[in-house]
Design a protein around this ligand. Structure first.
Ligand code: G6Q
Length: 548
């Protein structure tokens, strides 16, 4: 594969000049020049309709972006991922979240072993366990059925499960209460459990490594909480299950390996919600719903692997992100789902994109001389319209937006859904076309007020329109973003699958923990700021609450 630095490729130089030509052109002009633009610049795949016509792009820049993707050997990289090559180069690992949703008939080899049967074996065990819990056949230590499920995990072992639970709540078994504990702040655990009966509570300890400080601290507190209330160590067996790749640590914690659901080092944390890390999702929506979700993921996987680049939805979305990040110097992308059930979707995508592509070193170890991942953020519509949308409409920054909407509501109530959709369409329209001062003046606005009420427009957005939020369509949407993030990483020539920044935080915190509970005054060896903060904490603690 070619390793010419990105900014030295002729197509990059061409894109720079195309940007210079296009940057002053408005969406009004682009739409006026092509009456079919709205339909022409759209794509449909796996039940997702993408309208990308309201982007500041024309035929030549789009064609150059597609050539950039080809020039970066995107198709070969896609094949390398799908066939289990060790594309996570800094960790020397395959990247095979796509195997988690592969049909049982497929064969995908990692170091000569077909991993698909392993995946289906774990899925079958998860299904049997979920059926037992959902039906009430699985009894707690005192013989009561399980009514509460608490997932303890953080980062990739939390954000996916929470997001999926919220997104698919409509399909969930309502007599099961689901809670999620991530933060090492005791408040998270205490508030999640304060109204729960331990005899009816099942904890899922979700941790790929089973060493993460936050998760292990919460898991030990959960075990102490359970034993204190049920007054029997043996209760752990019926109230704790684990999801991990580290069987040894799970057993050491006291969870029977029969109650452990495994996955593999070729599943990255932020790509793991469709592995056993999704056990809470399966418990909520049932094995059939989970299977449908995997089907949605798989459909998008196939589209990504086989569709020509120009009709490939994740590729088009990725190229637009690169266009704005590297040529327009846009710093962020707003994720704006017009569906209350997707309220945690922006937070989920934040990790997916920013942990994957928040990198400054190329695969060859050189410093990048271009922008990598933008900042992802967002809130569900219409709430955001009444707060930060002001800045998107009239602020000084360019913020490309992804609107996500569903044509059918899951909860039909009066005209709510028409109002919701009218709002999302209107926002995209207003952002793109704005309102000129002549239009504002023609409404009889006082002249001094005209500049304030004028909207420059020319603010780009994508519209993702899906029929209905279902387990399947959720899986499809997530895979769409996974592959868009992958495509961005390939073009930026970075390793989208490591997370050394996260690892550093884990190590540094472990070093400070004992220093915060010590009673001696041995010298601290951090920088002067960290030393002063630790000393202040120790003094305040000694003064306010003498150590017990
Ligand atoms: C994800 C990251 C990170 C990870 C958490 C939890 O890609 O690596 O968010 O998921 O740090 O790690 P464990 O699952 O090992 O506890």
């Amino acid at each position: 594969m070619s390793h010419t630095p990105l900014t030295q490729r002729p197509v990059w130089t061409e894109l720079k000049s195309l940007y210079a030509n296009l940057k002053d052109e408005t969406l009004r002009q682009l739409f006026a020049a092509d009456p079919q633009r709205g339909e022409r610049m759209s794509l449909e795949a796996c039940g997702v309709y993408l309208d990308y016509s309201k982007h500041r792009i024309d035929a030549s820049s789009l064609s150059a972006l597609l050539r950039l993707a080809a020039d970066c050997d995107l198709q070969q990289h896609i094949e390398a991922m799908f066939t289990g090559q060790k594309i996570n180069s800094t960790e020397q690992r395959a990247v095979l979240h796509t195997a988690l949703r592969a049909p049982a008939s497929k064969a995908i080899l990692v170091d000569g072993e077909n991993v698909v049967p392993l995946v289906h074996h774990v899925l079958a065990r998860m299904s049997a366990f979920s059926d037992q819990v959902r039906s009430g056949a699985w009894k707690g230590h005192t013989g009561k059925r399980i009514r509460n499920i608490v997932n303890i995990g953080i980062g990739g072992s939390d954000l996916g499960p929470v997001m999926a639970y919220e997104a698919l709540k409509h399909y969930s078994q309502r007599d099961l209460t689901m809670r999620f504990v991530a933060n090492v702040d005791a408040t998270d655990f205490v508030e999640a459990t304060q109204d729960l009966d331990p005899a009816e509570t099942l904890f899922i300890i979700s941790s790929k490594t089973f060493t993460t400080l936050e998760t292990m601290t919460n898991a030990h507190s959960a075990r102490a909480w359970l034993i204190a209330k049920l007054k029997d160590q043996a209760a752990v067996a019926k109230h704790f299950v684990a999801v991990s790749t580290n069987a040894e640590a799970v057993t050491k914690f006291g969870i029977d390996s029969a109650n452990m659901f495994g996955f593999w080092d070729w599943v990255g944390g932020r790509y793991s919600m469709d592995s056993a890390i999704g056990l809470s999702t399966m418990l909520a929506i049932g094995p059939q719903g989970f299977k449908e979700m995997l089907g949605g993921f798989h459909a998008m996987d196939e589209h990504f692997r086989t569709a020509p680049l120009a009709q490939n939805m994740p590729v088009i979305m990725a190229l637009l992100t690169i266009w704005y990040s590297d040529f327009f110097a846009a710093e962020t992308v707003a994720i704006l789902p017009y569906d209350q059930y997707l309220k945690r979707f922006p937070a989920y995508l934040q990790q997916l994109a920013m942990e994957s592509n928040g990198k400054q070193t190329t695969q060859d170890g050189a410093a990048v001389d271009y922008n990598t991942s933008p900042i992802y953020w967002g809130e569900p519509g219409t709430n955001g319209q009444h707060s930060f949308y002001q800045l998107i409409h009239q602020g000084t920054r360019l913020i490309p937006c992804d609107f996500i909407a569903f044509t059918e509501p899951l909860n039909k109530l009066g005209t709510h859904h028409e109002q919701l959709l009218a709002n999302v369409f209107a926002q995209a329209e207003a952002l793109a076309f704005g309102k000129t001062s002549a239009e504002v003046a023609a409404e009889g606005t006082k002249p001094w007020l005209v500049p304030h009420r004028t909207f420059s427009g020319n603010r780009p957005s994508s519209m993702l329109l899906v029929d209905r939020l279902t387990p399947r369509s959720l899986g499809t949407l997530i895979a769409l973003y996974e592959h868009s993030v992958f495509t961005q990483g390939v073009i930026w020539n970075i390793d989208s699958f490591d997370q050394w920044g996260v690892e550093l935080g884990k190590v540094l915190a472990q070093r400070i923990v004992p220093e915060l509970s010590r009673s001696n005054d041995a010298p601290l060896t951090h920088d002067s700021s960290t030393n002063a903060l630790i000393r202040r904490y120790l003094r305040r603690r000694a003064g306010a609450h003498p150590p017990s």
